[in-house]
Design a protein around this ligand. Structure first.
Ligand SMILES: Cc1cc2nc3c(=O)[nH]c(=O)nc-3n(C[C@H](O)[C@H](O)[C@H](O)COP(=O)(O)OP(=O)(O)OC[C@H]3O[C@@H](n4cnc5c(N)ncnc54)[C@H](O)[C@@H]3O)c2cc1C
Ligand code: FES
Length: 243
C-alpha cells in the first residue's frame, strides 16, 4: 500500500553527464512490483516528481534519473544524509508472464526494467536503446540479470537503428515489456500486432499529484475510457490503449 516515508539519501552518483543514480534508505522493507513508481518531494520544487523504481533491495531504493529540468537538477544537488519525502509504491507494475521475456527500454525508460529483469523467473533479453552511445547506461547492472543488446540511432554502439530493429524476429510465444518515448511505444505496438506477441507498456505521462487527485495524467483506454495513468497504470497492456 502506498505510504509516505522520510527517506535518507545514501548515495548520489553521476553515471554520465546527464544521468544520476540516486539511492535512498527508506528505513523499512516494502514489497515493490517492477514498473511501480515513487513520487519524490524535491526540496524547493512545488509538485512531487514521479520516478520509476529502478531497484529495490531491503530498505534501499534506487532511481535512475535523467536531468531534464528544475526538479531533476535539484535532485542532483542532494547530498548523502539529506532527507527526502517519498510516496511509494504507486501505480500498477508489470504482470509477469511465464513466456520468454524481452525488455525494451528507450532513454530513461530503461529505469523500471532493471527491477523487472531481477523479478522475472527466467533470464530475459534486455534491449537498451538510445540516440547515441552516451544515452546507453547501466549496461553492467543489466548484464547481471539479462542478456543485453544495444541499439543506437547513429550506430555508435550496438545495432544501428531503433529498439524495434532487434525485435523483428519475435514470435507470439514472447512477452515484451517496454518503457520509453511515445514514438517507440507506438512502433512496438504496431510490431506486436503484426507478430502477435504480448506487449505491456509503461507510460511516462506528465503527472501532477501522482495519486489520482488532479486528473493531470489521463490516457484513453478501449474498455474504461479516460483513466489516470498514475492509478490505473503506468503499465498497460498495449491492446487496451486507444492509439
Ligand atoms: C510513471 C513515471 C515514471 C518516470 N520514471 C522516470 C525515471 O525513472 N527516470 C527519469 O529520469 N524520469 C522518469 N520520469 C519522468 C520524470 O518524472 C520527469 O523527467 C521529471 O518529473 C521532470 O522534472 P523536472 O522538474 O526536472 O522537469 P520539468 O522542469 O518539470 O520539465 C522539463 C522538461 O521535461 C519534460 N517532462 C517533464 N515530465 C515529463 C514526463 N513525464 N515525460 C516526458 N517529458 C517530461 C517537460 O515537458 C519539459 O520539457 C517518469 C515519469 C513518470 C510519469
Ligand atoms: S497525476 Fe494527478 S491524477 Fe494522475
Amino acid at each position: 500500500m502506498k505510504t509516505l516515508y522520510q527517506a535518507v539519501v545514501t548515495k548520489t552518483s553521476w553515471i554520465t553527464s546527464s544521468y544520476l543514480l540516486l539511492t535512498l534508505n527508506v528505513g523499512v522493507t516494502v514489497s515493490v512490483q517492477a514498473g511501480q513508481f515513487a513520487a519524490l518531494q524535491i526540496p524547493g520544487v512545488y509538485l512531487r516528481r514521479p520516478f520509476s523504481i529502478h531497484d529495490a533491495d531491503g530498505t534501499t531504493l534506487s532511481f535512475l534519473i535523467k536531468i531534464v529540468g528544475k526538479g531533476t537538477q535539484k535532485l542532483a544537488e542532494l547530498k548523502t544524509g539529506d532527507k527526502i519525502s517519498v510516496i511509494y509504491p504507486l501505480g500498477n507494475g508489470f504482470i509477469l508472464s511465464d513466456k520468454p521475456a524481452v525488455l525494451a527500454g528507450g532513454g530513461c525508460g530503461i529505469a523500471p526494467l532493471l527491477l523487472l529483469a531481477k523479478q522475472l523467473k527466467n533470464k530475459p533479453t534486455v534491449i537498451l536503446g538510445g540516440r547515441t552511445k552516451a544515452d546507453i547506461v547501466q549496461l553492467d547492472a543489466f548484464a547481471e540479470y539479462a542478456e543485453v543488446k544495444v541499439t543506437t540511432e547513429d550506430g555508435t554502439l550496438g545495432t544501428k537503428g531503433f529498439v524495434t530493429a532487434e525485435l523483428t524476429s519475435l514470435s507470439q510465444d514472447t512477452a515484451v515489456y517496454a518503457c520509453g518515448p511515445e514514438p517507440m511505444l507506438r512502433a512496438l505496438h504496431k510490431l506486436a500486432k503484426e507478430k502477435k506477441f504480448e506487449l505491456q507498456l509503461s507510460l511516462e505521462a506528465m503527472m501532477g499529484c501522482g495519486i489520482g487527485a488532479c486528473l493531470g495524467c489521463v490516457t484513453d483506454t478501449k474498455k474504461d475510457g479516460h483513466v489516470c495513468v498514475c492509478t490505473e497504470g503506468p503499465v498497460f497492456k498495449a491492446e487496451e490503449l486507444v492509439w
